[in-house]
Design a protein around this ligand. Sequence first.
Ligand code: TMP
Length: 235
Amino acid sequence: MKKELIYSGKAKDLYSSEDENLIVSVYKDQATMLNGARKEAIVGKGALTNQISSLIFQRLAHAGVATHFVKQLSDREQMNQKVDIIPLEVVLRNVSAGSFAKRFGMEEGEPLEQPIIEFYYKSDELDDPFINDDHIRLLKIANQEEISYLKSETYRINELLKDWFSQVGLNLIDFKLEFGKDRDGKIILADEFSPDNCRLWDENGNHLDKDVFRRNLGSLTDVYKMVLEKLKELD
Ligand code: TMP
C-alpha cells in the first residue's frame, strides 16, 4: 500500500500509494513543541491521535464538511486524498488561552464574546508568523474568496465540534486547522484534528490536550485515551 516517503513532519510521515491521488499518513509515536526544539518519544500516541482524528473527520464528513479523509487503515495509518496544503494554520479561539492570553495580557479561561480566527503562515524558517488577510493576498497564498471560505468553513466546523465535545463534558477552547486543494482545486479540510492541535478542558478545568506535554502536567497518552473513550460515547 505505502510506496515512498514524500514528507516527514513532526507528527506524521506521508507516503505515496499506488493511486497517485491518495496518500498514506502514518501518525508518529512522538510529541514535539517549540517548532521541534523539544521532542519526546511517546509510545501509543500515534494510535490515539489517528483514531481520534479518524473519528472526528468521519463525523465532519457526515455533517457535510469536505475533507481529505478516506479511511483508517491500521492503528497508526490512514488513507487520505492527496492535496496541495495551503500554508496557513487557521486557529479558532472560543476562550482565551495560550499565546492569545499571553499576547493580550489576559487570564486563561476568559470566554470570548464571539469566536475569533487567526492565521499563521506555515514556515519553519520564519517560525510560523502571525499573518493577516492583506498579507495572505499579498503573498498570493489565497485570494479573498478563498480566505472567506476558509473562515466560514472554520466557523462551521467550530459549531459542530463544540457541540460534540460539550455532549461528552468537554469544553473546546481553541484549535488549529489546515486546508488543502484537491486535484480539482477545491479547498478541503486536511491534516488532522486531535488533542495535539486543540485545547480541551473538562468541567473542572483539567487539560485533556497537548498542554499536558507542553506544561508537564502528567501522562499525555492517559488524557488522549480519555478523550477517545469520551468521543466513542457519541451517537
Ligand atoms: P496557541 O495558543 O499556542 O497560539 O495555540 C492555539 C491553538 O492552536 C492550540 O489549540 C494549539 C494549536 N496549535 C497547533 O496545533 N500548532 C501550532 O503550531 C500552534 C502554534 C498552535
